[in-house]
Design a protein. Structure first.
Length: 599
RNA sequence: GGCCCGGUGGUGUAGUCUGGCUUAACACACCGCCCUGUCAAGGCGGAGAUCGUGGGUUCAAAUCCCAUCCGGGUCGCCA
């Protein structure tokens, strides 16, 4: 071993000891006489002193040190002279007085400083990811991730779960997300697919009788990337036999609240996660993954607004749309600029616009509201009584700002849910230390797809409907509820799960309803349908995303890219490896692949 | 695929709207010299940028126009 102790582990109890350290030159402070080097390894930073009077030879070498050189330093730990301690670092009471030094490696001047406080272009960070990962910030993120994953493994192990690996080369199932395909060399013209999730595999493991399975699983989806979406992400895949939705939710609830309590100690979360119905959260928050750190509920105002006859709003209602409002408490004083930025916020997200009604707090009480207290582009189309009615319905008071948007329900919900988030940010209600977990339940089993003009499974087609809803399949499938539950937190979907169908006939009824022919069922799902015929136990599970969860646990993650060691850019590139890249004609030939000219 | 923001020495930014006062400014980093208690050390000096790329307009373009590439956000998409 090169070192007898790590930089960050030294403290005043080691005073007087002789140590050997290895690490990187974090910073150097050359006084001409004394030279101070902050030596950094993965545990932290310690100050090394090179004294020209005590060790002139070693001091001479130290004059050549530059940032990020790799050193092996021998020396004595000593308390710093009175008054020269550094309370900002854990090793600030002591220093190592160097007696020997060896340069293990030199470094070019790095393209950016290895420091947490610097903001560096993300492309450059990715091009030199191995340097970006040297920062304490990234070390902390990656180490915390390790801790969380280890905690999960220990937790589930202690509850009799078995971790089982499933293959990365699996079968393409064209529904859902786009698959990543891998050509088969031995079977020309055929392909494997990378798993979008081990869904069918874990169900098969339940049929195999393992009863409690989990896996830290890599999942692959060839869809556009975002701050919270990468081509490949890691999920905690869980499946259990002989359970109902409560068992699964309670397991996750205990696991997640324990992680917060034991690892992310600066985070605040409750032990019990509220359970909310899908219809209710869509109405109140406009999204199925609401941020519950604050209230700010949306209000449907379609009827009151329709009565006013204001054309710009009622036109949308005539076309089948809705009007939703949101009260921004105490924001009546918003400047024209503030308001304009909200309007364009809505417009850049596909909305027609945003109508505001500011109620001057001078009115005192809502009953005393007069026209002079109203600031709104639609005020001249409204009577005082109408404004009071709107305000009452929205539960707005003088001093508040009412925001209204009209249009198709889906769009308005999407946009207004984002306005809600934006207002909460502006009001400072989004403390990242608070983790507002909740389960969303009672999802519809199917969603109508306008474009394709057919029904789709809103979760996936293995999800069981409520037992008493099977009768609705032929009558009113849109009303069928699913045994499906999501874990949400701070406006993020963290996990999705369900109780599965474990009966072949029932599974085939769903597939048939979704438009599959017998032949297609057999071709795509033959393996799972077959397994369901051999004593498949009732089972269900859930799959929490690890990457998203990690961003909630750290202070230093702007996106999931900050909790993944080697992520990809929004266009799916890795600037470090410079991939995707072309391959040799020989490789293509072996794989029976021809690249078309016009691509 | 649509929309929005951004790209200026090694890094981070200013300058762009309103073309010329720019020999492109500032901070950090880098190089040299000075300096014995600093810790984002300090002082003095120095080097370093054809302003993402390609066209165009103009007497004149970092600045205006067109195209294109790259990064980020967002809608679609993500069972």
């Amino acid at each position: 071993m090169f070192k007898t102790i790590s930089c960050g582990d030294i403290n005043r109890s080691h005073s007087g000891e002789t140590v050997q350290l290895a690490g990187w030159v974090h910073r150097r402070r050359d006084h001409g006489g004394l030279i101070f080097i902050d030596l950094r390894d993965t545990t932290g930073i310690v100050q090394v002193v090179f004294d020209p009077l005590e060790t002139p030879g070693v001091h001479k070498i130290a004059e050549t040190f530059r940032s990020e050189w790799v050193l092996l330093v021998g020396g004595n730990v000593s308390l710093r002279p009175e008054g020269s301690g550094n309370p900002n670092i854990s090793t600030g009471e002591i220093e190592v007085r160097a007696t020997t030094v060896e340069i293990l490696n030199q470094s070019k001047t790095p393209p950016f400083e290895i420091a947490d406080e610097s903001t560096i272009d993300e492309l450059l960070r990715m091009q030199y990811r191995y340097l970006d990962l040297r920062t304490k910030k990234m070390h902390d993120n990656i180490k915390l991730r390790h801790k969380v994953v280890k905690y999960i493994r220990d937790f589930l192990d202690s509850r009799a779960f078995i971790e089982i690996e499933t293959p990365i080369l699996t079968k393409s199932t064209p529904e859902g997300a786009r698959d990543f395909l891998v050509p088969s060399r031995l079977n020309p013209g055929t392909f494997y697919a990378l798993p979008q999730s081990p869904q069918q595999l874990k169900q098969l493991l339940m049929v195999s009788g393992f009863e409690r399975y989990f896996q830290i699983a890599h999942c692959f989806r060839d869809e556009d990337l975002r701050g919270d979406r990468q081509y490949e992400h890691t999920q905690l895949d869980i499946e259990m036999s002989f359970v109902d939705e409560n068992d699964v939710m309670e397991l996750v609830e205990t696991l997640y609240s324990s992680i917060v309590k034991d690892i992310a100690v600066d985070r605040i979360a409750s032990d019990k996660f509220p359970r909310l119905k899908y219809d209710e959260v869509m109405e109140k928050y406009g999204t199925d993954k609401p941020d519950l750190r604050y209230e700010l509920e949306l209000v449907t105002l379609t009827d009151v607004i329709y009565k006013t006859g204001i054309r710009i709003l009622t036109a949308a209602i005539d076309n089948g749309g809705i009007v939703k409002g949101l009260v921004a408490p105490g924001c009546a004083e918003y400047s024209r600029k503030d308001l304009d930025s909200l309007v364009s916020f809505v417009q850049t997200r596909g909305g027609e616009g945003l109508v505001y009604i500011a109620l001057d707090k001078k009115a005192g009480d809502i009953k005393n509201l007069e026209m002079e207290h109203i600031r709104s582009p639609i005020s001249r189309h409204l009577t005082t009584e109408q404004i009071i009615e709107i305000a009452k319905r929205a539960d707005a008071n003088p001093g508040d700002l009412i925001l209204l948007a009209a249009g198709p329900a889906k769009l308005i919900n999407t946009v207004m849910s984002q306005v809600r988030q934006e207002i909460a940010d502006r009001l400072g209600l989004t403390n990242p230390k608070n983790l507002a977990f909740a389960f969303v339940t009672d999802f519809p089993l199917f969603e109508w797809d306008e474009d394709g003009n057919h029904w789709e499974a809103s979760h996936h087609l293995f999800t069981s409907p409520w037992e008493e809803h099977w009768g609705l399949l032929d009558q009113d499938p849109g009303k069928m509820k699913a045994r499906h539950y999501d874990l949400v937190c701070n406006g993020m979907e963290l996990a999705s799960g369900s109780i599965r169908i474990h009966n072949r006939q029932k599974q085939e009824r769903i597939m048939e309803f979704l438009g599959y022919t017998k032949h297609q069922m057999e071709d795509r799902f033959g393996q799972i349908l077959g397994a369901l015929e051999f004593g498949a136990p009732p089972h269900g599970g859930i799959a929490p995303g690890i990457d998203r969860f990690m961003t909630l646990l750290t202070d230093h993650a702007e996106s999931i890219r900050d909790v993944i060691a080697f992520p990809k850019t929004q266009s799916g590139a890795d600037p470090l490896f410079n991939t995707p890249s072309s391959v040799t004609p020989e490789q293509l030939k072996e794989l029976h692949i021809k690249v078309s000219e016009n691509s």
